[in-house]
Design a protein around this ligand. Structure first.
Ligand code: SAH
Ligand code: F3S
Length: 434
């Protein structure tokens, strides 16, 4: 048997990139035997799965390629994959000729073709992989990530993703069910349904058509025997109709954690972002979630310093934070991106003002988080244990997404067990199995 090859893979960005990396590993392994390595100098193949949502990681890419070149074996190949590959294409090879190939976020299935072609560039964004049968590889035996759609049609004016991941296409529901059933058969009790805009599921199918929306998909998936937990990311506030929220609240397999990306609390700014909802609509949806499902945790994404954001606009964002009391906040300073409308808007906000707003937002969120986590003491959570930690500890997630540690052994791995919380901190909880 030939020696296995060693693969070093760096994955930046969103959950979808994490799944794309798994798909690439699976595809590579169908042709040759690869084993993963964390040691760059040992690698035969180096993949950088990039994110282009903000400017910083893109700028870092070229310096990173320089560093990798110094450390790697002379024979090792470097591939740049993901959204920056889609967006910059051939320019990557021009700026960094040591890169062997460039593979876009929409072309993952072509990984085994491009590794053999010096300076191959595959970045077509209208390529339809929605029915491609990827090989099997999952980084965790306990939890499966499954794509339900690719691309995004929304065209938020700040966001480069529609330009890098192309038009939105839903994956046939039977294929989704098949894939989850397979993962459950090998021990996964939890699935994370992935898409840029999951609750717009059913909008368009590539190869064939069917009449099903996200609520229908959730109902179908929850019939899979042995599957105990369903999560999904990311939904869009615009598509949170009552039927979906009622399914979310009533279906016992759906984890009670929901991401409701706000972006801004100011209605005029939401309009400039082309988000399709107002502050009032947004608050109404969050109130509906709280009414139907008081135990649910709500997380969000917020951008500060979008062009034209005044102090008054920012105060509206603070107001929504205060009202909804998001448990998790992913907050970013606006970063102008090529191929987006907002990059051409006048009235770009002074970066220092944006930084000051970001700090204020994050400081207030930290206070809210401390209160939420402090209130967990004595509570009981059902925790799905999936990770052994040093010093006889084991970690897992509660149904509502909190990280929980207990003292315990391998015997708990893959089990969902009730835990009483004995200690809380900002990022995690400690407890004891009851
Ligand atoms: N639908 C996807 C959105 C991908 S982008 C999802 O929910 O995962 C992820 C987040 O990055 C967005 O919600 C937004 O808050 C942030 N983002 C996107 N473009 C940005 C930009 N130009 N500047 C700063 N943050 C941005
Ligand atoms: Fe981006 Fe808006 Fe789609 S944030 S991924 S264009 S929903």
């Amino acid at each position: 048997m030939p020696e296995p090859k060693r693969l070093f893979i760096e994955t930046l960005g969103c959950a979808m990139n994490v799944r794309d990396s798994e798909h690439m590993i699976a595809e590579l392994n169908q042709k040759e035997h690869y084993i993963l390595t964390q040691d760059l100098s040992q690698a035969d193949l180096i993949l950088i799965n990039t994110c282009s949502v903000r400017e910083k990681p893109v700028a870092k890419l070229f310096s990173e390629i320089g560093v990798f070149n110094k450390k790697k074996k002379p024979s090792a190949k470097i591939g740049v994959c993901g959204c920056t590959a889609s967006h910059l294409g051939e320019e990557i090879i021009r700026r960094a000729p040591s890169v062997d190939f460039v593979l876009g976020a929409r072309n993952v299935s072509k990984i085994t073709e491009v590794i053999g072609v010096k300076h191959a560039v595959e970045v077509e964004t209208d390529y339809d992989e929605s029915t491609y049968a990827f090989g099997e590889y999952r980084s965790s035996p306990f939890k499966a990530m499954v794509n339900i759609s690719i691309g995004c049609d929304k065209g938020c004016t700040f966001c480069i993703v529609p330009a890098t991941r192309g038009e939105e296409i839903s994956i046939p529901s039977d294929l989704i069910v098949q894939e989850i059933t397979k993962a459950v058969g090998t021990g996964a009790k939890e699935v994370m349904l992935l898409g840029q805009n999951v609750n717009n599921y059913g909008r368009r199918f590539g190869a064939h058509n069917e009449e099903i929306n996200f609520t229908g998909l959730l109902q179908k998936v929850s019939k899979i025997e042995g599957l105990e937990r369903i999560r999904f990311t990311s939904p869009h506030p615009l598509h949170m109709d009552d039927a979906f929220l009622e399914e979310f609240a009533a279906n016992p397999k759906i984890c009670k954690q929901i991401h409701v990306p706000l972006q801004s609390g100011s209605t005029p700014l939401l309009k400039a972002m082309k988000r399709g909802y107002t502050q009032e609509n947004f608050l109404n949806r969050c109130a509906k979630i709280r009414a139907l499902c008081p135990e649910a945790t709500i997380s969000t994404d917020i951008i500060v310093g979008f062009p034209g954001e005044s102090d008054a606009d920012f105060e509206e964002t603070m107001k929504v934070l205060e009202q909804v009391r998001f448990e998790q906040l992913f907050s970013f300073k606006y970063s102008p991106r090529p191929l987006t409308e907002a990059a051409h808007y006048e009235a770009q906000v002074d970066p220092e003002i944006a930084s000051a707003r970001l700090s204020r937002l994050q400081a207030h969120h930290t206070e809210i988080l401390d209160e939420i986590m402090g209130a967990q003491l004595g509570k009981i959570h059902a925790v799905y244990f999936d990770e052994l930690k040093p010093h006889g500890r084991i970690a897992g997630r509660s149904d509502d997404g909190k990280l929980v540690f207990v003292e315990g052994s391998e015997a708990l791995l893959g089990e969902i067990v009730d835990v009483r919380i004995t200690k809380s901190s900002r990022g995690a909880l400690d407890g004891e199995v009851i």
